[in-house]
Ligand binder design. Structure first.
Ligand code: ZN
Length: 535
């Protein structure tokens, strides 16, 4: 392992302190000197004059669980935007624990695939086996993983909508205890998703008890992010309080036009109150106004009636289209109807299967329906879902920038990507650009953050949240995860209509003292480590 000296750069320590012009010396994977003592001979000298030198970015919310095990190219997208550490196992979704039975495992993997991408059936079944597999793999960046309460519930009782029995509660709690003991930094919840949506506050509090005992955190995809968002935040604060653990509210946002500029402030008040009472509550956000999902999420559950295949067939008949039109115009207690709360003019067609539909890419459903002679947006949406068998992808412009900024300005909010690894050529741009976008837009263009504050929210804050020792700040003795870039040049290039664009302009990305990106190009050193260690 060689020594690296980075000379002449503006050093941002990641802790929120302003930049200082100092040299830094990296040796044996660690930071061995900063300033005085760093000016010595080195195998590689990087001239960073006029550049920023800062800790590598820590993305605590990527759905890359399966990637290190099945994709030899994993890492390029991440390293080029400066991510040197990532945490998987978010939103209740993780590849372990997993049913031992092959059929049941396949069912869980199919369910996970739109978020995690394809998973091999012969993969690990327990969290300990998963860690063992990670430890045997060449990792492009440092990697930690939580387990999800969705995976736990599927492992214990499949997709059943009945409550846990007492015995099942104990089995679930034991799985969580085992993962915490094996080194998980925390446990994620995906209360919006099947089958967790059937679980009560008390069920969660019971099974999550070991998390607090091990000093871990729960990260939560809350029950509803639209009309029920405030109640959903209240619920996870209560779960964390009862379970006795720290709480991270994942991708904290308010969806639905009529809720904008209002609900997020009510929810922030709840968080502030809990913090004032001594609860450890923080949140995170991704810097985009839209979410990405399947067009079929616009179908009201009463229309689908539990059978998506039949529902997609019915959309090919005039009666089916009419029924979709009628059910899409109603409001529902237990389902956010984006057809109304957002409207079709905020739904962008972002991924199609059939070549004749490519002309609609990047257009709203409303505009495309008008331009291409459909009766209305519903008729076009029905036609797309029917002819493409439900595989049409959309971006819903469900958030407003004022709300995102309100969350972004909270002193304890963390930047995440929420990158999803489904096999598609039209992913959400956050996969490729979330971190450089914050530098380009939030710091350089809009001045919402100082550079040191933005860097803090992408380095020391997330590292501390996941208790990643020796990461997230430039201090002597810490691991040498270091970036060098010119903030005028380093940028995201991915947009909603042209999303699969890599970030550019990162000069150096160093992981554990090894150069993973040099002058914007990926090397293939793979010096990452699995960061989950036995407690
Ligand atoms: Zn989520």
């Amino acid at each position: 392992m060689k020594t690296i000296r980075i000379t002449g750069g503006m050093l941002y320590d990641g802790l929120g302190n302003p930049g200082l012009e100092k040299d830094i010396l990296l040796k044996d994977g660690k930071i061995c000197a900063i300033g005085a003592g760093a000016e010595v001979e080195a195998d590689l000298v990087i001239n960073a004059t006029g550049k920023v030198v800062c800790p590598g970015f820590v993305d605590i919310h990527r759905h890359c669980d399966a990637k290190p095990l099945n994709d030899p190219n994993f890492g390029r997208t991440e390293l080029l935007q400066g991510i040197t550490t990532t945490v998987a196992g978010n939103c209740g979704i993780s590849i372990t624990p997993c049913p031992t039975d092959g059929v049941a495992a396949r069912e869980m993997y199919d369910f996970d695939e739109p978020v995690l991408g394809p998973i091999a059936l012969d993969g690990p079944r327990s969290y300990r086996d998963y860690l063992a597999a990670l430890n045997k793999t060449m990792l492009p960046m440092n990697f930690a993983a939580m387990i999800g309460t969705g995976a736990v519930k599927i492992t214990v009782k499949g997709f059943s909508d009945t409550p846990y029995t007492q015995q099942e509660l104990d089995t679930a709690r034991n799985l969580i205890e085992d993962a915490m003991q094996a080194g998980a930094p925390g446990v994620s919840l995906g209360i919006m998703y099947l089958p967790e949506c059937y679980s009560s506050t008390d069920e969660f509090a019971y099974i999550l008890e070991p998390v607090g005992r091990y000093g871990g955190v729960i990260t939560t995809h809350i029950r509803g992010e639209g009309d029920s968002m405030v109640d959903s935040v209240r619920e996870v604060i209560e779960i964390a309080k009862k379970a006795g653990c720290a709480l991270e509210i994942s991708h904290f946002k308010s969806c639905g036009v009529k809720n904008w500029r209002r609900d997020i402030h009510t929810a922030i008040d709840l968080i502030e109150k809990a913090r004032a009472e001594g609860q450890d509550v923080t949140c995170d956000f991704y810097p985009y106004e839209g979410g990405s999902t399947a067009l079929t999420t616009m179908l009201p559950p009463v229309f689908v009636a539990g059978d998506m295949t039949v529902a997609l067939q019915r959309l090919g008949t005039p009666e089916g289209v009419e029924e979709f039109r009628r059910t899409s115009r109603a409001l529902y207690d237990n389902w956010d109807n984006f057809c109304i709360t957002l409207g079709w003019d905020r739904i962008i067609i972002s991924g199609v299967i059939l070549p004749e539909h490519r002309k609609m890419l990047g257009m709203t459903v409303t505009d495309a329906a008008e331009k291409f002679g459909y009766e209305d947006a519903v008729a076009l949406a029905a036609d797309l879902m029917h002819t493409e068998n439900g595989k049409t992808a959309i971006i819903n412009m469900s958030m407003c920038q004022d709300d995102i900024d309100a969350v972004a300005k909270l002193p304890y909010s963390i930047v995440i990507s929420d990158a999803i690894y489904a096999d598609t050529d039209t992913p959400h741009p956050r996969m490729f650009g979330a971190f450089p976008k914050v530098i380009r837009e939030y710091v350089m263009e809009r001045g919402l953050y100082t550079l040191e504050d933005a860097i803090r929210r992408m380095t020391s804050l997330p590292a501390a949240r996941m208790r990643l020792q020796g990461r997230g700040s430039l201090q002597v003795g810490n691991w040498a995860d270091v970036l060098v870039f010119d903030p005028q040049v380093f940028r995201d290039n991915a947009t909603f209509t042209d999303p699969a664009k890599l970030a550019t302009g990162l000069e150096y990305c160093i992981v554990n003292g090894e150069v993973e990106v040099e002058n914007g190009l990926r090397t293939t050193v793979n010096a990452g480590m699995c960061l989950c260690a036995k407690k």
